[in-house]
Write a protein of this length. Sequence first.
Lengths: 403, 175, 167
Amino acid sequence: MAEQSIYGEENIDQEVKQYNTLNLGPTHPATHGVFQNVLQMDGEIIMSSEPTIGYIHRAFEKLAEHRPFYQVTPITDRLNYCSSPINNMGWHMTVEKLLGVQTPKKVDYMRIVVMELSRIADHIVCNTVIGVDTGALTGFTYLFQERERIYDIFEEMCGARLTTNIGRIGGFEREFSAKAVQMIRDFIAGFPKRFDEFEGLLLRNRIFMDRVINVGPITGERALEYSFSGPNLRAAGVDYDVRVMNPYCSYNDFDFTIPIGTNGDTYDRFCVRQAEIRESLKIIETALNNMPDGKHMADCPEFYLPAKKDVYTSMEALIWHFKIVMGEVDLPKGEVYHAVEGGNGELGFYLISDGGRTPYRLHFRRPCFIYYQAYPEMIKGSMLSDAILTMSSMNVIAGELDA
Amino acid sequence: MVEAPAGVEGQGFFATSLDTVIGLARANSIWPLPFATSCCGIEFMATMGSNYDLSRFGSERLSFSPRQADLLMVMGTIAKKMAPVLKHVYEQMAEPRWVISVGACASSGGIFDTYSVLQGIDRIIPVDVYVPGCPPRPEQIIDGVMKIQELVKSESLRRRNQPEYKALLASYGIE
Amino acid sequence: MALTQETTLARLQDHFADAILSHDAPYGFLTIEIPADRNLDVIGFLKNEADLAFGYMTDLCAVHMPNQPGREIAVVYHMHSLTNNVRLRLKCWIPEANPEIASATPLFAAANWMERETYDFFGVRFQGHPNLKRILNVDEMEMFPLLKQYPLEDSSREDKDDRFFGR
């Protein structure tokens, strides 16, 4: 029997479910970066979401077509800006592959030290931010002090803290100074204790575990379909690490384990990054202890900027410096793809050169962009606060997402 | 030691102009809105960390809601897609409000002279202090905030009604 | 016997005699050119064959070469067989006047956003894509910026004088 409600509607026993549309972002305290998600919510449960990105699209690929090779390095800095040196090294290795330059072992070991330090810095940001999003700000304050020590090391090496523009095509501009080596050794000595302190705050913390276990899970098969890579893929159980699969830069001299998780949920991603930080520390220590003798650059004078003291005193070195930076040296034709293990996964550089002074086409295979597609699937059916944690545990860096 | 402002002092009282007192109070309790988009945002996180500590300057409480913020800190590149969002956020802020543009990208587009990047946020909102750098060191960001503090201390309480300010906002199309 | 680039190429040539238009290995990376209308066949074969197992789509992008009439835009797929540790690159050339190619989303979920990015930058229309719209640029943009005929800078900017910038 059709009842009449006090509002004059008929058939009030029929329930029409309407979802609430909630706009998350692009400016939001908990989305660390500018991306928008329009969520359809049934109360607190997320039914579907549609992400919108591009709010920091800076046209890197088009920009790279107009910049000679050394001027592309600052652009690569700004991809995953939490670990800029990895991007720089990856780019230099790509160009070296194109040129056929073989770097001496010493350069490889120096590069490994720099890359692993920046990997630690990147994972520190991600893990402390997972803590912040659950409400635990102490870990952030403790570990960012460690990040300052890493910044000091980078500053000693290349002059910049965050967007480092470090290295040259063929090696480095100078050896690690004694002060830098001492700072790295002090870091290796002092960091584990403070890191254990941070881990003790969160890892077996009942509240943290309740908040992050089974939040935003993804299976290994699904992760492979979405071309996940890096810690997110390893947390889902697939042990794919570019450093082991396609070793570059003498990584095959080093013995390190690849931590993998089981469920692919936020807790696994957190734990995988924790373990990777410890592995990176071991790698840095081994590299410093076994640092081979040799030059800190390869023999490619057409692409390696001359030493600064020569540039300031000798006319020929000054002219060479100018020519190389302004791109007056032509490159060989060819196409090359080189991938490095970035903080977020397989960071690939697809470079096509037509013999001119700038790349004809440079495409960045950005891991963040590719795995963020899975986000709607990962948060479907979970609650809003879980969606925030999933996003922060995926370590989505807006610079790498939009490029 | 910080000096007291000019005023008449006596036993248990201190008389000065209202402007000065309110300026002092405002300057030392600025609530910033960190509009962090890219790399400068990470340097801001370092500034808020314990080594550089922006909260010493009264900015302990970051407000992500523009309605509750005094200072809009735009840190990072603003793309043309983000520009309407930034303007919307600025319009929601209540007077008195200040804007600091941190980094080369926010000040002028930075190294990204491309089709998709807004060449400086002062194309859409009025800016009080520009902090150059790519990214600026935390000390520079703090210097920028201190300059904002100078502006806040010396600003008239009637700024929002002054014709120059109204003309400035009108030139941006903001009511 | 473990799979190598040579054996992969041999398997593809056995199965798709007419679809392998050319092959090369610049810098040791097997690069195969296939016709644009056979892209799903080849990718599906690579993915589904048990011994090939190219189950990981590393990358999907495009390249614009305006000096080759009729074959201006190349859609490039980078594939990776994780179990066999073999990588290869597939290239499909399509004309700029009608840049259409079948979408790889039924095979790989990762192709979704990568194809949207390729559409956004080059205008390549992927048939069968569930949601082909711009992803990184503003939705109202009319041009496809990474094509070679468009400039890097915004043409409507008035604050930079090209005389001072050497252009």
